[in-house]
Design a protein around this ligand. Structure first.
Ligand code: AHG
Ligand code: MN
Ligand code: MN
Ligand code: MN
Length: 336
């Protein structure tokens, strides 16, 4: 008999990873356990964000992090949730977090084979306004024989085993991709407490006339950057200019760009000569998602973002990412 409306074969994240394991070389089950800990941290962070206004979790913590950001109370809580989830998974040897000055090593976890980089809450300046924020993560495998050193994480995006991000918006979304794989999107079903596969095999539209950048920085931009963004405001081939969309949470701007297409940028400028966004836990994971979805990501020198090697854990880069043709256009513009 046909049951028309109820899906009785729901693909949860756990089911997806189990089925994926067959195809994917990480067949030990350790990767699935690590992902379990990850998804628990996402649920917990999402929960506290949604309750923040009710339980006095809005506002500043009164401290700042290594890259100079004022920490919000939720930045600190999100970080603690994330780090504890990684520690207790037993599968993570070390963590780099935006909110931690140094690498955290879990030396007692001798079976741990993974190194994880994270931005526990991306877009935290938007938190108190209830605007979408999210968590960004990148997973590396330890080098053969290594018990976990800084070198296991100071790697380019091209060596990432998996990466992705969540967006805590009207619903919690999770986007994840594995090396050489497709990009898959999940939605948290609060009543099941599970991430459900809702966006299989995500592909970014090849082009779209939407640009996303903090235009308030144009005072500090290089001439080429000014010229490029100005060029989008004139009639294009179809007679229309680009639309502007900027949320100010990379996860939300990235999620929209992934679904609708367009270009997202945070260029290096005179105020931030190395860019603002950080390579290990912002730029590289996003670059992997965008490339695996058929898009592109480059730094301000038009180098492929996936090949940018950080020297220090909190190093930054300028970034342009989005639809294939939109990034192609940026590259051509900067090469002139
Ligand atoms: P975070 O909240 O993790 O420190 O990241 C902030 C980032 C990113 O979310 C966003 O794209 C960008 O900063 C916004 O910066 P501006 O406010 O300078 O536009
Ligand atoms: Mn920050
Ligand atoms: Mn961030
Ligand atoms: Mn952050």
């Amino acid at each position: 008999a046909e049951s028309a409306t109820v899906n009785t074969s729901i693909v949860t994240l756990t089911r997806f990873l189990t089925e994926e394991q067959a195809k994917f070389k990480e067949a030990t089950g350790d990767f699935t356990l690590l992902c379990h800990a990850l998804q628990f941290s996402f649920k917990a962070i999402s929960y506290y964000i949604r309750r923040a206004t009710l339980v006095n979790l809005t506002g500043l913590a009164g401290t700042s992090n290594t890259t100079g950001d004022d920490q919000k109370k939720l930045d600190v809580i999100g970080n603690d949730i994330f780090v504890e989830a990684m520690r207790s998974s037993g599968k993570c040897a070390l963590v780099v977090s935006e909110e931690e000055e140094e690498v955290i090593f879990f030396k007692d976890k001798t079976n741990a084979r993974y190194a994880v980089a994270c931005d526990p809450i991306d877009g935290s300046s938007n938190l108190d306004a209830g605007v979408s924020v999210g968590t960004i993560f990148g997973i590396h495998k330890l080098a053969e024989g290594s018990t976990g050193t800084k070198e296991d994480i100071l790697k380019p995006g091209s060596e990432l085993l998996a990466a992705g991000f969540t967006m805590y918006g009207a619903s919690a979304q999770l986007v994840i991709t594995m090396k050489g794989g497709t990009v898959n999107g999940f939605t948290l079903d609060n009543s099941f407490g599970e991430f459900i596969l809702t966006h299989p095999n995500m592909k970014i539209p090849k082009s779209r006339a939407i640009y996303s950048v903090n235009e308030g920085n144009s005072l500090y931009w290089e001439e080429t950057t000014k010229d490029y963004f100005n060029s989008l405001k004139f009639a294009q081939e179809d007679g229309k200019p680009y639309s502007s969309r900027y949320i100010g949470s990379m996860v939300a701007d990235a999620y929209r760009t992934l679904l609708y297409g367009g270009i997202f940028a945070y260029p290096a400028d005179k105020k931030s000569p190395k860019g603002k966004l950080r390579i290990l836990y912002e730029c590289a994971p996003m670059a992997m998602v965008f490339e695996n979805a058929g898009g592109q990501a480059v730094d301000s020198k038009m180098n492929r973002m996936m090949e940018v090697v950080p020297e220090h854990i909190h190093d930054r880069a300028g970034i342009f990412m989005g639809s294939h043709d939109e990034v192609e256009k940026v590259k051509k513009f900067y090469k002139q």
